[in-house]
Each structure stands twice: as C-alpha cells, then as structure tokens.
Design a protein around this ligand. Structure first.
Ligand code: HNI
Length: 141
C-alpha cells in the first residue's frame, strides 16, 4: 500500500527527472536487455543495440506510461487498463519480466538522483513499480 508520504516522494522525484524522462526510459530498457538478455525475445522485430531509434522510441513510450501511472496513482487499474490488455492478451509477456524492468528502472533512478535516491524514495518506488506491474499482470487469469 502506498502511503500519502510515498505518493508525495514519487511525485517530487518525477518532477526532478521530468526533463530527461525519455532518457530514463531508454536507459532502463538498455539495462534490461543487457542484464536480462532473455527479455530480448519479446522484441525480435527491434534493433536492440543501445541507443537505436527503436529502443529510444520504446523508452519514450514506457516513460510516458509511467508518467500516466504517477498522475493516476490512486486509480492504476483504470489508468493502465489498455496496457494491461495489450501485455496480457496480445504481447503475452511473462509477468516475471515486469519485475526485471522495474528493477532496471530503479537503478536508472538511483544513478540519476545520487544522494536524493534515499531509502525512503527507494521504498516508495519499489511499491509504486510493484503496483504498476501487478496491474499489467492482472488480466493473466
Ligand atoms: Ni511493454 C509495448 C509499457 C513492461 C514488452 N509497453 C509497450 C507500450 C507501452 C509499454 C506504453 C506501447 C503500447 C502501444 O504502442 O500502444 N511495458 C510498459 C510498462 C512496463 C512494460 C509501463 C512495465 C513497467 N513490456 C514490459 C516488459 C516487456 C514488455 C517487461 C518484455 C520484457 N511492451 C513489450 C512489447 C511491446 C510493448 C514487446 C510492443 C513493442 C512494439 O512496438 O512492437
């Protein structure tokens, strides 16, 4: 459960990284493909080299979806409903992979925020990204 304090921290951090959100999305994907190469199997149609146009543009989409989630943190199921359908019914991404991308996104945040990535911010994002992942996976059964 995200506390009011968690939500405040998430919104503050989001403001801070807003100007390079697209980079954060791209970097998270680059980390995921490098650290967990099995995730590349979902993107056989992409050029997955770091910095490729497709990785860049996909990073932008993922970052925009997360922005939408931050804005609708009290109503994630509804806000992410279409994405949840897409991942469950069309893409059929194994839900274990959501955790992997979440973890990579956290590392990107930590690298960008340095000392501002406090344990409290870490905990808040861990809860938030778990909640996003739970919604993306909720249509699987
Ligand atoms: Ni995901 C497409 C958001 C996790 C594989 N994904 C999208 C799109 C968004 C998105 C936004 C674009 C939808 C559209 O075009 O309408 N994905 C997210 C978010 C997370 C996530 C917010 C988790 C936090 N996706 C994952 C994971 C995988 C994944 C973990 C696989 C490892 N996603 C895909 C694939 C596509 C996709 C594959 C389609 C790409 C394409 O353009 O063909």
């Amino acid at each position: 459960m995200l506390t009011p304090e968690d939500k405040k921290l998430i919104q503050q951090v989001w403001e801070k990284i807003l100007s390079h959100l697209d980079d954060c999305g791209r970097e998270a994907l680059e980390r995921m493909f490098c650290v967990y190469p099995q995730t590349k199997t979902y993107f056989p149609h992409f050029d997955l080299h770091p910095g490729s146009d497709q990785v860049r543009s996909h990073g932008k989409k993922v970052a925009a979806a997360l922005s939408n989630a931050v804005k609708n943190v009290d109503n994630l199921s509804q806000a992410l409903s279409e994405l949840s359908n897409l991942h469950a019914y069309n893409l059929r991404v194994d839900p274990v992979n959501f955790k992997l991308l979440s973890q990579c996104f956290q590392v990107v945040l930590a690298a960008h925020l340095g000392k501002d990535y406090t344990p409290e911010v870490h905990a808040a994002f861990d809860k938030f990204l778990s909640a996003v992942a739970a919604v993306l996976a909720e249509k699987y059964r």
